[in-house]
Design a protein around this ligand. Structure first.
Ligand SMILES: *Cc1c(COP(=O)(O)O)cnc(C)c1O
Length: 378
């Protein structure tokens, strides 16, 4: 008997659960005709700001815009250096390059996959303007230490919170801890819409004003352009969808944590079969939102092959460190050795993770992982 097929992320069950609410909200926007800058945009911004504990929020067209716009607003550009992690989705380095600045890569902490705070100060030069830490896989980077370094050297901090919307850090939440923060509502992110979307958070009202202008072609008022901007608005329908999804989000985070805890318990002892096998480490004081549940293994290729045979999808986030990507290797190579990032790129693999995962689905995944680890070490 073959197992029922399990999705990597089940967005259909989520939609089914929220259908009445989502459909009604979309219909309301369709009837209103306010497809851009409708009232749902400001409503969402207020709710997201309150939810993260940040003073202000700006809804934008993507997570990529949510990183680029703060950099533009802070005046980061040619001649500047921006310190970031070597191991992330490419948009992190890409937006630094698009701003005109040079990305300076720092290796990761092998346990959390986030930037190694002990290596940041060595990367600072007279040209450094900002640090862009990424809260990867759903866990906030070590922002207290990063903020202290930034303060000492007079740098901005922009948290890439694309994978950590809603994550807890001590008594605060991802997005509310830095000069600015950018998140993504790409459908597969912990909080996703039904297209591209993102949001910026800040506590700085002056910065907010500038970012708002940049979002709208650098206009202070309509057809009066005082700076270079972009078309970075989030459309009203996506905001309406997010308003519906936000109502269930805290419950979803609890479910994601339930799924993660069960995985981690079930995989105890697998490191006796594969010495490089590890389950995710969540630092004390952190609450992950589990954008990914990511394992490390010795023989990833064999593991993945067996998982596919057993009908369980897996994904590699990410197969190359950012400075090792072809364009970046050519144009913005790493300035220092990044062994942990390169090790991660060769050994990480993510399992299906979604709030509506049933016990039966999870048991199939657990069983497959055990078999695939054994297989991969033969
Ligand atoms: C998804 C992602 C982004 C970009 O978000 P988009 O909405 O796809 O533009 C940026 N950084 C990280 C870490 C991401 O995972």
């Amino acid at each position: 008997m073959s197992s029922p097929s399990i999705p990597f992320i089940d967005l259909k069950s989520q939609y089914t659960a929220l259908k009445a609410n989502i459909d009604a909200r979309i219909q309301k926007v369709l009837d209103s005709g306010a497809y851009i800058n409708g009232p749902e945009v400001a409503e969402l911004e207020q709710k997201l700001a309150a939810h993260t504990g940040s003073k202000f929020c700006l809804a934008v067209a993507s997570g990529t815009d949510a990183l680029l716009i703060p950099m533009m607003a802070l005046g980061i550009g040619p001649g500047d250096e921006v310190i970031t992690t070597a191991f992330s989705f490419i948009a992190t380095a890409e937006t630094i390059v698009l701003s005109g600045a040079k990305p300076v890569y720092v290796d990761i902490d092998k346990k959390t996959f986030n930037i190694d705070i002990t290596k940041i100060e060595a990367a600072i030069t007279k040209k450094t303007k900002a640090i862009v830490p990424v809260s990867l896989y759903g866990q906030v980077a070590d922002l207290e230490e990063i903020n202290a370094i930034a303060k000492k050297h007079n740098l901005f901090v922009i948290e890439d919170t694309a994978q950590s919307y809603g994550a807890g850090y001590k008594d605060k939440k991802s997005g509310a801890l830095t000069t600015a923060a950018g998140t993504s509502f790409y459908p597969a992110k912990p909080l996703g819409c039904y297209g591209d979307g993102g949001a910026i958070f800040t506590n700085d009202e002056k910065l907010l004003k500038v970012m708002k202008e940049i979002r709208e072609h650098g206009s202070e008022k309509r057809y009066y352009h005082t700076r270079i901007g972009v078309n970075g608005r989030l459309d009203t329908i996506q905001c309406a969808i997010l308003l519906a999804k936000l109502e269930r989000y805290d419950w979803e985070v609890i479910q994601r944590n339930r799924v993660a805890t069960k995985f981690t318990e079930a995989f105890t002892g697998l490191n006796k079969i594969d010495p490089q096998f590890s389950t995710p480490f969540v630092r004390p004081g952190n609450t992950s939102v589990w954008a990914q549940y990511t394992l490390t293994l010795t023989n990833r290729e064999a593991f993945q092959k067996k998982m596919t045979e057993l009908n369980v999808p897996t994904t590699v986030h990410y197969p190359l460190a950012m400075p090792d990507q072809p364009w970046y290797k050519e144009n913005t190579p790493a300035q220092v050795a990044i062994p942990n990032s390169q090790w991660a790129a060769d050994h990480v693999i993510s399992l299906p993770m979604f709030p509506d995962m049933t016990d039966a689905q999870q048991d199939v995944i657990i069983d497959a992982v055990k078999k695939a680890v054994e297989f991969s070490m033969k």
